[in-house]
Design a protein around this ligand. Sequence first.
Ligand code: SAM
Length: 230
Amino acid sequence: MFQDNLKELDIVLNEEQLKQFETYYEFLIEYNKITNLTAITDKKEVYYKHFFDSLSLTTSLDFNQIKNMCDIGAGAGFPSIPIKIVYPHLEVTIVDSLGKRIKFLEQLSEKLNLSNINLVHERAEIFALTHLNSFDLVSARAVGHLALILELGIPMVKPKGYFIAPKGSNYKEELNDSKNALKVLKTELIKENTFSLPYDFGFRSNLVFVKKQNVNGYPRPYAQINKNRL
Ligand SMILES: C[S@@+](CC[C@H](N)C(=O)[O-])C[C@H]1O[C@@H](n2cnc3c(N)ncnc32)[C@H](O)[C@@H]1O
């Protein structure tokens, strides 16, 4: 059962939070019939591949010490909305380039009674330019190669703040290909939290980085990022 499995993550949900996850699931499935949000619709799979997987980030850092978080390309809200349900004190900013996903998130936030949440329809590389050094934590799940998401996200992280990249089984290769990005962005890998989702739903690795100091000139315009990855 979801509640029992969450003990692995040191999470105990109260009645209200359990209901929020139920509402999240129901609204996601309903909205998914008219707008493409997720290919995963089976209830157990949504609870583990989306909710549990998102919440797994919380074992990597002490989230009580995190005040604000930016989630790049959250799509249907992963990983930041499940985290926000469990840590309501967090100020969450979601930046997604697809307006229909932001519209879904606006309605979802209302249904879940979430406050202190900013939903921005914008490309991250544009949004970042006006939000440099602003967040305690930035994350991006399933948005692209590690070097790409580091370039989009690290400029927004406060110096000494964190970036978490949830990755799959090819994480070592991506890390290897991101050595230059880490050097240029003055960022260091501090943890590799590897685990398997319950019920054999897959292998995951949450890569935790710390930004050592401010860095100027990033992110570059998207055409440049795409043409010449760091
Ligand atoms: C595959 S979905 C992943 C959604 C969610 N993070 C998850 O794990 O289920 C990628 C999302 O990133 C958004 N995206 C891709 N590139 C982006 C960019 N440069 N800036 C903002 N959002 C972006 C897309 O619109 C999409 O919603």
